[in-house]
Design a protein around this ligand. Structure first.
Ligand code: E4P
Length: 203
């Protein structure tokens, strides 16, 4: 299972990379604006620290503008995965960018039907948001289960990237199901190392 870190904070990424467990990074406009730095410079800096895919999200919602923005983001570094929302225009943009060889992460996925469409649009990654589904009383992990089975049934290449992760249990459940990737906030990554019996054993 690949682990991505869900942050745009360079110091957090620099601290995590030497641990040898980080395969990529996901960002979104909110995470980047929290840093108060230039978006393009931030993406370029992250891409120079991490070799794997770095998701950079478009902010436009209309196809031609999204495509233009996606091409610009892809030009920043070879390992950029352009993040587009799961809308009609977003999936049209996904297909167009994939035809040019650009990695695409389709985000804001909340149903298996949406995930099927993203796979047909040849998304590199589909990002179902488990935490936000849990927040509204649904079982986010059931969606991961459905998508993994559905993609296996038809041999889709799209990787299931579990997003909106809040807890260690989310990662354990996603790994047991067989999701390809999970993106975790730094705090959850450090939580994975923890067990009270390890602390007791050390004492
Ligand atoms: C990652 O790609 C998503 O943007 C992120 O995991 C969303 O997390 P949130 O639901 O905690 O905002």
């Amino acid at each position: 299972m690949k682990l991505f870190v869900d942050t745009a904070n360079l110091a957090e990424i620099e601290a995590l990379v030497p641990l040898g467990i980080i395969d990529g990074v996901t960002t979104n406009p909110s995470l980047i604006s929290k840093q108060g730095a230039d978006m393009a410079e931030t993406i370029k800096a992250i891409c120079s620290i991490v070799k794997g895919p770095v998701s950079a999200e478009v902010t436009a919602t209309e196809f031609s503008k999204m495509l233009e923005e996606g091409k610009y983001l892809a030009s920043l570094a070879k390992n950029v995965a352009v993040k587009v929302p799961l809308t009609v225009d977003g999936l049209k943009t996904c297909r167009a960018l994939r035809e040019q060889g650009t990695m695409v992460n389709v985000t804001l996925c909340f149903s298996a039907a949406q995930a099927l469409l993203a796979a047909k649009a040849e998304a590199t990654f589909i990002s179902p948001f488990v935490g936000r589904l849990d927040d509204i009383g649904e079982k986010g992990m059931d969606l991961i289960d459905d998508i993994v089975v559905m993609y296996e049934n038809y041999g889709f290449d799209t990787e299931v990237l579990v997003a909106s992760v809040r807890t260690k249990q989310h990662i354990i459940d996603a790994a047991v199901i067989g999701a390809h990737v999970a993106t975790l906030p730094p705090k959850v990554i450090y939580d994975l190392y923890e067990h009270p019996l390890t602390d007791k054993g050390l004492k």
